[in-house]
Design a protein around this ligand. Structure first.
Ligand code: NAI
Length: 272
C-alpha cells in the first residue's frame, strides 16, 4: 500500500523545541501517526502542559527539560531516550530563537538597534549558540545513535533566511541559519553511507510564539500576508505534511535537500 511508505508507526523520535509552534506541530504529526515522541524543550512550563495535553489524547509522548546549548545534557538525554525506545529513527533539530530586529523596522525604516555597527555581542553569541551550535550538538548526538541503529532521518529547521536577505531579520539569525543549512548538507553527505538522511525545512512566516509572538498581531499578519504569493501567513499545521514525508520512507531517496515551506515567499512578492 502506498500509504505504508508514510508510516512512522512504532518509530522512536526526538523533537527539540517541541513544546511550541513548529516543533509542536512536528510532535503532533509524528505522535498522531503512531510514533513515540520525546519532546525536548528549555521551557518546562509549556513542556509540561503539552505533554499532559497530548498524553491525555492517548499519544505516546514524553518530555525532557533540555537547553540545546548544554552539550553534555544533549548527549545524556539522547542516550536516555534511545535506551528507553530501543531505537532512534527520527530527530527534528528544531529549537531556535529570534533575537530581534535587523537593520530595518517592519515599516522599512532603519533600525538603530539592529544596525550592524550597533549589533551587540550578547545578541550575536546567544543566537549562534542556540540556532547553530545547538543544531550541531543535536545532529552529532543523533548521528551516534542512528549509526548504531543502522539508519534514520534527521530534519533541521532552518529558514528562508538561510538564503534570502531581509532587513527585518537580524544579522546573527541570517548567519546561523545559513550555517545550519550547510551543516545539514555536509552531514547528509557524510552520513549517507550509514543510511542516515539529513534534510532541512526552510519555513517562511509562520504564526508561532517566536520573537514574543509578533506574528500573532492581526495587523502584522495582514501586512505580511498580503506580500506572500499564496496570500496569507503560514500556520504551524502547514508543516505537518512535510514533517511526515521527511520522517518516513516516503522520502527514502531524498537527502541533503532544503525544502522551502513559505507560501512562495522565496519566489518573490505576490503579484498584484
Ligand atoms: P517558538 O518560539 O514557538 O518555539 C520554539 C521552541 O524552542 C520553544 O518551545 C522554546 O522554548 C524552544 N527553545 C528555545 N531555545 C531553546 C533551547 N536553547 N533549548 C531547547 N529549546 C529551546 O518558535 P517557532 O517559530 O516554532 O521556531 C521553531 C524553529 O523554526 C526555530 O528554529 C525558528 O528559527 C524556525 N523558524 C521559524 C519561523 C517562523 O516564522 N515562526 C520561520 C523560519 C524558521
Amino acid at each position: 500500500m502506498m500509504f505504508e511508505r508514510f508510516s512512522v508507526k512504532g518509530y522512536g523520535a526526538i523533537v527539540t523545541g517541541g513544546a511550541s509552534g513548529i516543533g509542536l506541530a512536528f510532535v503532533e504529526a509524528l505522535a498522531e501517526s503512531g510514533a513515540r515522541v520525546a519532546i525536548l524543550d528549555v521551557d518546562s512550563i509549556s513542556l509540561g502542559k503539552q505533554v499532559d495535553r497530548l498524553s491525555s489524547r492517548g499519544l505516546d509522548v514524553r518530555g525532557h527539560k533540555l537547553d540545546v546549548t548544554d552539550r553534555k545534557a544533549v548527549d545524556q538525554v539522547f542516550a536516555e531516550v534511545s535506551a528507553e525506545y530501543g531505537r532512534l529513527d527520527v530527530v527534528f533539530a528544531n529549537a531556535g530563537i529570534d533575537p530581534g530586529i535587523g537593520f530595518s523596522n517592519p515599516d522599512g525604516s532603519p533600525s538603530e538597534a539592529g544596525a550592524i555597527e550597533n549589533y551587540e555581542d550578547e545578541r550575536w553569541n546567544r543566537t549562534i549558540e542556540i540556532n547553530l551550535n545547538g543544531i550541531f550538538a543535536t545532529i552529532r548526538a543523533a548521528a551516534r545513535h542512528m549509526k548504531r541503529g543502522g539508519g534514520g532521518s534527521i530534519v533541521v529547521t532552518t529558514s528562508i533566511a538561510a538564503y534570502l536577505n531581509e532587513g527585518m531579520i537580524g544579522a546573527a539569525y541570517m548567519a546561523a541559519k545559513a550555517g545550519a543549512a550547510h551543516l545539514a548538507r555536509n552531514a547528509a553527505l557524510e552520513l549517507a553511507p550509514y543510511k542516515i538522511r539529513v534534510n532541512a525545512v526552510a519555513p517562511g512566516f509562520i504564526v508561532t510564539n517566536i520573537g514574543g509572538g509578533w506574528l500573532k498581531q492581526p495587523e502584522v499578519q495582514n501586512s505580511i500576508g498580503a506580500t506572500v504569493p499564496i496570500g496569507r501567513i503560514g500556520d504551524a499545521d502547514d508543516l505537518k505534511g512535510l514533517a511526515l514525508f521527511l520522517a518516513s520512507r516516503a522520502s527514502s531517496y531524498i537527502t541533503g535537500a532544503q525544502i522551502p515551506i513559505d507560501g512562495g515567499v522565496s519566489l518573490g512578492k505576490r503579484p498584484a
